[in-house]
Design a protein. Structure first.
Length: 383
């Protein structure tokens, strides 16, 4: 390996690391690949590439890059940790167990590795094991924001919502200017079905970072749940927030699923199917969205068949009316029968041509942020 190649790799790695810090994932990918072109066996560059791919929701590619890093440095706990994390993000929690256990075995003093293992165990259904793992490290989370965050997630997922909220609130105290701490609080509050609280916490995150896609997704989810359970007037706001999340993070699974569900509930099946298609273009292995898409297609076929059957019935009625007119003995009966036939034929044509209303208008712009910020200020003044 020449000195020039090593210097080139160092330069591109520094750029990739800086790009990752500010969320410029495509730039980080470009520099990580440039570093690997100079030094193909560079572990750090491979790890940066995996993280950059994760940031772009290219989950399977990220898993592949992380596997390569493990092969390069099998004795490094972080490479196993990142592989486990990538598998978790891809929704493959059971597959994440082995690398995360290896990460813990290699670096047992890293509490975050234990926390990630607890998440994988919980999502895989091993809740008792998950609880034992997280309880062993929860006491170390007092001043570690990342560990506090993961404890909040695990306890909330285990159904221990008060503990989850307590850890999430601790994260906000530790980093009040960090939008991710407010987003985590929104997430655990939504898990507790406190959707109003989740909306307020999501809004607090967006006040700090209006381009925070996860906060838009959480806001949209909570608004949609309120719409579904008690307040149909929230539909437009939920649609706007979920579309904003997808604009900022194309292919975001949860936002696509919730937006498709919202459109489906409104009978906007073509648009719901389009949301699924767009997400599957980015993440073709998402089985849940693929199933929703197939359900939507089946639902549209049933609806179209019902329309055809209705049109056929109206045509039969038109034919009977025409026969009645032909056999009529009096002028009034003839006129009435002819009018009935015309109405039936017109109705049949209308049913045959009936389609979903045009849905090409741009999604509504999210205006809820300013409204909630204003209402939150008012509630503080009242207190």
């Amino acid at each position: 390996m020449t000195a020039d190649a090593l210097a080139t790799a160092r330069r591109h790695k520094a750029r990739a690391e800086a790009a990752l810090e500010i969320g410029r994932y495509s730039h980080a990918e470009r520099d990580a690949r440039a570093a690997l072109a100079a030094v193909p066996t560079d572990v750090d560059a491979t790890l940066y590439l995996a993280r950059a791919l994760l940031g772009q929701s290219r989950h399977e590619e990220a898993v592949s890059a992380a596997r390569t890093a493990v092969e390069m440095a099998p004795g490094d706990g972080y490479t196993h940790y990142l592989l486990g994390f990538a598998l978790q993000v891809a929704g493959r929690h059971a597959d994440a167990l082995a690398p995360l256990r290896e990460a813990v075995a290699l670096q047992p003093s890293a509490p975050r590795y234990h926390a990630r293992l607890a998440i994988a165990l919980c999502e895989s259904g091993a809740k008792d094991q998950s609880r034992a793992v997280i309880e062993a490290v929860a006491s170390k989370a007092e001043d570690d924001v990342m560990l506090v965050d993961e404890c909040a997630r695990v306890y909330s997922a285990l159904g221990e919502h008060e503990a989850g909220v307590r850890f999430a609130q601790r994260g906000v105290v530790l980093r009040p200017a960090d939008p991710t701490t407010h987003w985590r609080l929104a997430w655990v509050l939504a898990n507790r079905r406190d959707y109003a609280g989740a909306i307020a916490a999501s809004t607090a995150a967006l006040e700090l970072d209006p381009n925070y896609w996860a906060a838009w997704e959480e806001l949209g989810y909570s608004l949609n749940e309120l719409r579904r359970r008690s307040d149909p007037s929230r539909a437009l706001e939920a649609e706007a927030a979920l579309n904003e999340a997808l604009r900022l993070k194309p292919g975001l699974r949860s936002a696509a699923f919730n937006l498709a569900s919202l459109y489906r509930s409104q009978g906007r099946l073509a648009r719901a199917e389009r949301v699924c298609e767009e997400a599957l273009t980015i993440d073709p292995k998402h089985e849940q969205l693929a199933r929703v898409r197939e359900d939507l297609r089946a639902e549209r076929r049933v609806r179209d068949k019902a329309r055809r059957d209705q049109a056929a019935l109206l045509l039969v009625l038109a034919g009977l009316a025409a026969l009645s007119a032909y056999a009529a003995a009096s002028v009034p009966t003839l006129v009435f029968s002819l009018l009935t036939a015309v109405v039936a034929v017109s109705a049949s044509v209308a049913v045959r041509l009936q389609k979903e209303p045009p849905d090409d208008a741009p999604p509504p712009k999210p205006t809820l942020l300013a409204e909630i910020a204003q209402s939150r200020g008012a509630s503080r003044a009242i207190e």
